[in-house]
Design a protein. Structure first.
Length: 641
């Protein structure tokens, strides 16, 4: 054993030997100030990679991080990632990073950026939270292509991510990528049990899940098997599912509808500023043009729901840029675990309006193409409709009257209103004498406010060809509509409107009732103990009964008694909405998801209004030219109802 005198003292020439690189100020001759010559000192310095690991992370959301550090290597938008190109993706990526969110679901059409948002979130986690992540593709070839053509080039071409690559070529393979900060990326495919069930994973990215097989061998489905890998990270894991929907019972559609919160993208009209969800029913194009001409010449336009403006593709792109995600479901949930988004082709700047119309026209007589149109453009599963009504037959009910003119045969006038969060769909209809209840459309449309509704009901005049004025006998307004954007109950607003305007009554539709309608006394505002001054009468109507009546009436020829006449300016959209609903196998009227049926509803309410006032029992006056009914007479009738 060495004695203390035999232990070699530190060499004061360490500095000159080149071993003191990185020694802080205050050291002399390789020995820090305050240390004696007998104490051992070994100088060292952190490497660049180590300093990056220990450095405090800059506070960035995934969308901010992607714009600063992601390089896109494929597609039409190569180069630095720009949120302005796909503004609808920023909210999705930032939601994925929220600490309480465990799952994000995107139900999408092609070219809407769903897969790119996955790559951005994965790259964000690679640098900010190095852990184990798993990408699952439908097939092995898809998994290898995703790795070799998308992920590895993304790492190589993005300077910040390139620093994470290991110098060992074995760490950058098509099935496994190991980064020098500890992150590991595994590639798997949906029909491989071993690839999906062999190790714990914190981040899982499922791509095109509707193309997965329903089962893997005799075990379970690929999604369930993959999700089990996240059990170890019970409170911190994140799962990202993306797919184009195929079937109503498909994986992505079921996951989408089961999510705690569902978001829809609302865009403002570049002309009037009113926000709306883009729908196929608002697309307009020259009826006589062939589908090739429409696509080549860009003839399709999008009609704003709130003003006469028709958007070009440029207008649509401006609307998308200024759009925002709004909660469709789960508004009351503050910390959702699963969040879903719907991405139809309307909100993609890479898909023109004319392309959407062109594909639709091609699909009219080809069921396979129609299914593809629903899946790949509307981002909806195709559902076989069973409606017996056709749009052209509805439009054949138009007569020569201009909009707003009351027919000479009119016995009474009803107003029917369908309440929405952002306004009201309405129809004013005139009815003839007798049990046939022949009727004539006077006016229909959409208004945004109660003031506009009041003007339409009480201030605007309705005259026949002789200039004789008629007053609306009764109005029914749907009491639903949820809450307004300010959190105020729409139902309470409807009750107040009816209370202030006698002759207008709230209604609630029920599918099953033993009679066509009944009344219920309302004494309190919904969900509160606040009394309604004077109370209010609510009409509960049997929607199945009145929709059956409406379906029969729409089949009556215009020249026959009891026909459902339309004025000469009735639109294709009105006819389309009267053809949407169908009776399902349970005998219940059903409406396909995202198919507007507002005018079908108001037509139903109009028939209910006739039943309530007993209009079919009204006697026709004996005079050849009867005098117009006075306001006092109308008020006396309303008091009886």
């Amino acid at each position: 054993m060495q004695t203390e005198s035999q232990i070699k003292k530190p060499d004061s020439r360490l500095k000159t030997a080149g071993m003191t690189e990185g020694i802080p100020a205050g050291m002399t001759e390789g020995i820090p100030a305050g240390m004696t010559e007998g104490e051992l000192f070994i100088p060292f310095a952190f490497s660049g990679a180590e300093r990056r690991v220990f450095a405090r992370k800059e506070k960035l959301t995934p969308s901010e991080w992607a714009e600063q550090r992601r390089i896109v290597t494929m597609g039409a938008h190569r180069g630095p990632w720009r949120n302005s190109i796909s503004p609808h993706l920023a909210h999705i990526m930032d939601t994925w990073a929220l600490p309480h969110v465990r799952e994000v679901i995107i139900c999408k059409s092609s070219q809407t950026g769903g897969t790119e948002s996955q790559f951005n979130c994965a790259a964000y986690a690679m640098e900010r939270d190095p852990s184990v992540m798993l990408f699952v593709a439908p097939r092995e070839t898809d998994a290898r292509k995703t790795s070799s053509d998308r992920i590895i080039p993304m790492l190589n071409d993005s300077p910040r991510l390139r620093e994470l690559l290991s110098p060992n070529p074995d760490d950058t393979a098509s099935r496994r990528i190991k980064l020098n900060n500890g992150a590991i990326v595994y590639m798997a495919w949906s029909n491989s049990t071993s690839a999906l069930a062999s190790f714990p994973v914190k981040y899982i990215f499922f791509d095109e899940v509707d193309k997965y097989p329903p089962f893997i061998g005799k075990e379970t489905d690929p999604i369930t098997l993959g999700e089990k890998r996240a059990r170890t990270f019970r409170y911190t894991h994140k799962i990202f599912k993306v797919s184009t929907p195929t079937r109503e019972d498909g994986t992505i559609w079921k996951a989408y509808n089961k999510a705690d919160v569902i978001y829809k993208y609302h865009v403002p009209c570049p002309k009037c500023g009113a926000t709306q969800i883009m729908k196929f029913g608002q697309l307009k194009w020259p009826e006589a043009a062939a589908q090739e001409e429409i696509k080549r010449e860009g003839a399709a336009r999008y009609a704003c729901e709130h003003c006469p403006a028709e958007w070009t593709d440029t207008d649509r792109d401006i609307a998308i840029h200024n759009g925002e995600w709004q909660t469709e479901k789960g508004r009351h949930i503050k910390r959702p675990r699963s969040v879903a988004y719907h991405l139809p082709s309307f909100i993609s700047p890479d898909v023109s309006l004319s392309e959407i119309v062109s594909v639709y026209l091609q699909s009219k007589n080809d069921k396979a193409k129609l299914i593809d149109f629903y899946n790949d453009y509307l981002a909806e599963p195709f559902i076989e409709l069973h409606s017996d009504r056709k749009e052209n037959l509805i439009l054949a009910l138009r007569d020569e009257r201009p909009r707003g003119l009351v027919p000479q045969e009119s016995a009474g006038i009803t107003a029917a209103i369908d309440t929405q969060q952002r306004g009201f769909y309405y129809e004013i209809r005139s009815w003839g004498y007798g049990a046939e209840l022949e009727s004539w459309q006077i006016r229909e449309g959409f208004v945004e406010t109660f003031d506009a509704l009041y003007q339409m009901l009480f201030e605007d005049t309705y005259k026949n060809i002789h200039g004789e004025k008629q007053i609306i006998d009764i109005g029914l307004i749907d009491s639903g509509g949820g809450a307004t954007g300010y959190g105020i109950s729409r139902t309470a607003e409807v009750y107040d409107f009816c209370r202030r305007n006698p002759g207008i009554y709230p209604l609630k539709g029920l599918q099953r009732m033993t009679q066509p309608y009944r009344t219920s006394q309302l004494d309190y505002y919904p969900g509160t103990s606040k009394a309604i001054p004077g109370g209010l009468k609510l009409y509960l109507i049997n929607t199945t009964y009145f929709k059956d009546c409406l379906a029969r009436k729409l089949g009556i020829a215009p020249a026959d008694p009891g026909a459902w006449h339309l004025h000469s300016e009735a639109t294709e959209e009105y006819a389309r909405q009267l053809c949407v609903e169908y009776k399902n196998e349970k005998g219940v009227w059903d409406c396909p998801r995202n198919k507007p049926n507002h005018f079908w509803d108001v037509a139903t309410y109009g028939l209910a209004a006739c039943e309530i006032i007993g209009l079919k029992f009204w006697e026709k006056p004996a005079e050849t030219n009867p005098k117009p009914v006075s306001v006092e007479t109308i008020k006396r009738k309303r008091r009886r109802w």
